[in-house]
Ligand binder design. Structure first.
Ligand code: FVH
Length: 288
């Protein structure tokens, strides 16, 4: 069992600390608002008086605060004790945020692992929770057993920005799903239907359409979008235009769907109407 400190006891930090305590680890906690430590102290945690004291108390420190501004504020207090420490940061941010924090900590002599939590607090410690990691492989290997108590662990590589990149990519897929659901539900409810009833049609449709993703992913990776096309972009542009026009007729704002129509129309205007819809990525991805 390891000595582990948790800095930040919001909804997520508290769930991480409680899970580690349940798994028998020797847990020290610190939070800016001290009263949030009390339930964890009752569950067996030691409460540290400062981030520096918490970091000094343990073999591994896990930081989980609201954003990177808060993360830097917490660590600024602890600069004198950072040398030779292992630090995992599970605060959500960008690849650039993660790389800057990694550079700061490496300059202080600490090992750094960045993480992206793909779970909500009640899922921590249960099947279905996933945490993506990137950064120091040695740190990951040293503490893998303890980290696996929190969630399944997926190590992406030694670039500290990768966990944030993949975390935000997964969230992008999720927000695409949510925005599609909201536009579809606005259309259905504008015609008197119920969103809950509509799910019996929407869910199997999304399941069927997700079956096209392996082919689209291959086209994205190869960068060619004109092979085995069954639903060409020129046809899909008209469907998107129909959705936008129907939205106008129904009094539904087209804010979710209009950007997709604009991209499809640009690609068709660029003479790629016979390609698959995957070709739209060529407009938004970094240009070579
Ligand atoms: N909760 C969730 O569903 C998601 C799931 C996926 C991962 N996220 C990320 O986890 C980070 C923490 O999120 P959280 O849910 O714990 O957030 P809150 O409950 O709002 O707690 C915020 C903690 O941050 C502390 N804090 C804020 N500002 C500062 C600061 N300047 N200095 C020190 N600490 C600060 C705050 O302290 P206090 O307000 O209690 O004093 C809380 O401990 C986040 O990156 C999510 O994106 C969660």
């Amino acid at each position: 069992m390891s000595k582990i400190s948790i800095l930040g006891l919001g909804a997520m930090g508290a769930a991480l600390a409680a899970t580690l305590i349940r798994n028998g680890h020797d847990v020290t906690v610190w939070n800016r608002t001290a009263s949030r430590s009390e339930p964890l102290a009752s569950a067996g945690a030691t409460v540290a008086a400062s981030p520096a004291a918490a970091i000094a108390a343990s073999d591994l420190t896990i930081l989980c605060v609201v954003d990177y501004t808060a993360a830097h504020a917490v660590l600024a207090d602890a600069e004198p004790v950072l040398a030779d420490r292992d630090l995992v940061n599970l605060t959500n941010g960008t690849p650039g945020d993660a790389k800057s924090l990694a550079a700061f900590l490496e300059a202080k002599g600490a090992a750094y692992l960045d993480g992206g939590i793909m779970a909500i607090p009640p899922m921590i410690g249960d099947d279905g929770a996933l945490i993506l990691y990137s950064g120091s492989a040695e740190l990951f290997e040293r503490h893998k057993a303890a980290l696996n108590a929190l969630a399944a662990s997926h190590y992406l590589g030694d670039d500290p920005g990768l966990a944030a990149l993949y975390d935000l990519a997964l969230l992008s897929g999720m927000y695409g799903l949510f925005s599609g659901f909201m536009h579809a539900s606005a259309l259905v409810t504008s015609g008197g239907g119920k969103a809950a009833d509509f799910l019996s049609l929407l869910l199997p449709w999304l399941q069927a359409m997700s079956g096209t993703l392996p082919d689209l992913a291959n086209k994205v990776d190869v960068g060619q979008h004109d092979r085995n096309v069954v639903s060409n972009l020129a046809m899909q542009r008209i469907a998107l235009d129909n959705i936008v026009r129907a939205s106008g007729e129904q009094g539904v704002a087209p804010d979710f769907i209009e950007p997709m129509l604009r991209l499809a129309a640009r690609r068709v205007a660029d003479d790629h109407g016979a390609d698959d819809i995957s070709g739209v990525i060529e407009i938004i991805r970094p240009q070579k």
